[in-house]
Ligand binder design. Sequence first.
Ligand SMILES: [Zn+2]
Length: 459
Amino acid sequence: MEFDLLVKNGVVVFPDRPEAPLDVAISGGRIAAVLSPGSNAEARNVIDAAGKHVFPGLIDCHVHYGFGEKITEYATETGYAAQGGFSTILAYLLNTGSYDDIFERELGYASERSHVDFGFHLSMANEVHLQQLPHYVRDFGIGSFKYYMNFKGEEGRYMGLDGTDDGFLYELLGVAAKLHDIVVVCHTENIEIVSRIRRKLQQEGRDTLRDWGLSKPPITEAENLIRAAFFAETLGATIYIPHVSSRLSIDETRAWRKRYANVFLETCPHYLTHTMDMDIGSIGKANPPFKTEDDRLALWEALADGTIEVVASDHVPRKRATKEKPLWQASQGFPGTATILPVLLSEGYHKGRISLARICDAVTAAPARIFHIDDRKGHIRPGYDADLTLVDLQLERVMVPSEFASYSDYSLYEGWTFRGWPVRTIVRGETVMNEGKLVGKPGWGQYLGRAGRQAGGRA
Ligand SMILES: [Zn+2]
C-alpha cells in the first residue's frame, strides 16, 4: 500500500519510554503506521528526518490572545506557535457577559486564521457563567474552566470583573464535578495578603523587580492551592494549577496528593530560567512573579520527577512599550510559545536536568490527557492526528523577536542563544512551518471541541 507521506530516518521521541529510530507513515491526515527503519514502505511524499528527533506535535495549553490586535492575533500568534513547534494551542477566553455573546464570533475568527489546531478554556467570573456552564460544555464543547482566586473585591476591576469569593469557587467545583471530564483551572493567589504587602511596599516607594516578587511571597500561591485542593477533594472535582512558581507549592502538592490525587500542576519556562534577583526591570514582570534560585531549582526537580505534569507558556502578545513603565504600572506577562522548547532543551536536556521523554510528556501527552484531547492529540500512534514536530537537538540559534510572527515585538529571551530548536511543524499531515519559516496558510487550524461538541465541528 502507498501512504500519503513518510517521515523517515528520524528518531521518534515518546512520553513514556526511550526514543527509538522509527519511520512514521501518514495517510488522510492521520498516522497510519509507525514502522521499523528500512521497511520499504511506499509513499507519495517523503520527508527525510535524518539527524532529527520526531516529537508528537507540541501542545501549548496556556495562551492569552486578544491583548493587541484582537482578531488578527489568531493568525500572528498561532504562526508564532507553529514556529515554536506547536501544532495545538488552548486559549483562555474571558468575557464579562455571557459567552453566548462572543463564542461563535471568536470561533469564526480563529477558524479563519489559525495555523494550528485550537481549543478554548472559558474564565468563570460571574453568576451567569456559573448557570450556563453545562450549556458551554454541551453546546460549545468546552472542557475546562478558569477561576481567578485573586479577583476578590476590586482586584479584577481592571479586567471589568466584579469580585467573587470562595462560595463561588465552591459552587463552580461542585457543578464541574457533576459533569464528565471537566477541569477547573485555579489561579491561586491570596490577594488579601498580597494587597497589604503591596500597599506597604508602594508607600515606601519601592519599585524593583525584586519588590514585585516580595509583594507575592510563596505562601500566597501555596495557601490558595491547598484551599482549592481541599474544596476539590470535598466535591470530587479535578483541578489544575497553572504557572506554579515556588518550592512551597510543589511540596504542599506532594503532601496533598497523598489524600487527593486530582490536582495537576503546570509551570512556565520563565520560572525555570529567571529569578527575582535578576536585574532586568519591569520587562520581567509576570504574575506570579519570579521567585528565588532555590525555587527555580525546585521547579526543575519537580518537572524531572513528574510532580509538575505540564509546561505551558502563559503567552501574552503585548508590545515592549507596555512593559517599559514604572514597575507597578507595567503590563504583566510575556510572549512565550515559541521559546518553550528551546528553553527545555537548552536549559534542561543539555544541562542534564531532564530527559527527552519528560520534556515530551510535559508538552504533548500530559496536556492532552489532562484536557481530554488525547483521543486525537499527544501521541505518535496509528489513528492519531498526524501532528509531528521535527527537532534539531544541536541547532544553535539566537532568539531574535523580529524573526517571529507574533504581534509582540520583544522576548524575555532576546539575544539568548539556545541549543535545540524545532525545524518543522506538521499539523494533520500538512507542513505549516519549515526551518523556522511559516509555510502553511492561516485557516488550516481546526477547532478542538471536547465533551459534547466534536472536533472540527461547527454546531
Ligand atoms: Zn495565564
